[in-house]
Write a protein that binds this ligand. Structure first.
Ligand code: GRF
Length: 211
């Protein structure tokens, strides 16, 4: 069973899709904690509703940004998990701290990386005039949405799209892709070789082990 800690900052719809996949038995996992840097995040309220440990970590305490990163890291280590799942988490993890985690850290991004990294991906895709955007699940490294790509799902951009419409169609795909990738991780099917990530076929899983 894949033990996850989910980092969030807002609405939490990806968290909900992961929890739904666990509840319907599609994902052999459990969420050990949901941690937010924003107290008012709807994702935290959802976690509480579901009886999941919900933790607010205040970035504005006196110890500054580095202090926050260190506190966050200690909390994550204390709780324990097989992986970290970033789901709409608004901070870039400080790599000086998080490189020591040693287990997979995943993120989902609403564009086909490496195009349109950053916080305004759907708006940037529309402004550029691409005909396809989509979503990407990738490993986190020290950069902004720059880690090795695990999976992508293209979404066509329609002539009448505005940011809201395109975002909604991409989000619907995010809700399928993220739980699916996590099932691959849970079944030990993901192999990483530098930047190249391969997903082993389902039947190559004989040993059952992860990693
Ligand atoms: C999603 O679009 C995700 O790709 C991006 O942030 C958004 C989070 O949405 N990283 P939600 O909080 O999961 O609803």
């Amino acid at each position: 069973m894949l033990a996850m800690i989910v980092l969030v900052s807002g609405r939490g719809s990806n968290l909900m899709s992961i929890q739904a996949a666990i509840e319907k038995g599609a994902l052999d996992g459990r969420i050990n904690a949901v941690i937010s840097n924003k107290r008012e995040a709807a994702a935290l309220a959802f976690a509480k509703e579901k009886g999941l440990p919900a933790v607010w970590m205040n970035p504005k305490e006196e110890d500054g940004r580095m202090g926050y990163e260190n506190r966050l890291f200690s909390e994550i280590e204390k709780i324990g998990s097989d992986c970290l799942v970033l789901a709409g988490y608004s901070f870039l993890l400080n790599w000086d701290v998080f490189r020591h985690y040693g287990k997979p850290i995943l993120n989902i991004h609403p564009a086909l990386l490496p195009a349109f990294p950053g916080m305004t991906a759907q708006r940037d895709a529309l402004a550029y005039g691409v005909k396809y955007s989509g979503c990407t699940v990738h490993f986190v490294d020290g950069g902004m949405d720059s880690g090795p790509i695990i999976a992508q799902k293209p979404v066509p951009v329609m002539d009448l799209d505005d940011e809201e419409r395109l975002s909604a169609r991409i989000l619907a795909e995010e809700h399928k892709l993220y739980p699916e990738v996590l099932t691959w991780l849970a079944r030990g099917r993901i192999r990483r070789d530098g930047r190249i990530v391969r997903v082993l076929p389902d039947d190559a899983e004989e040993g059952g082990g992860r990693g």
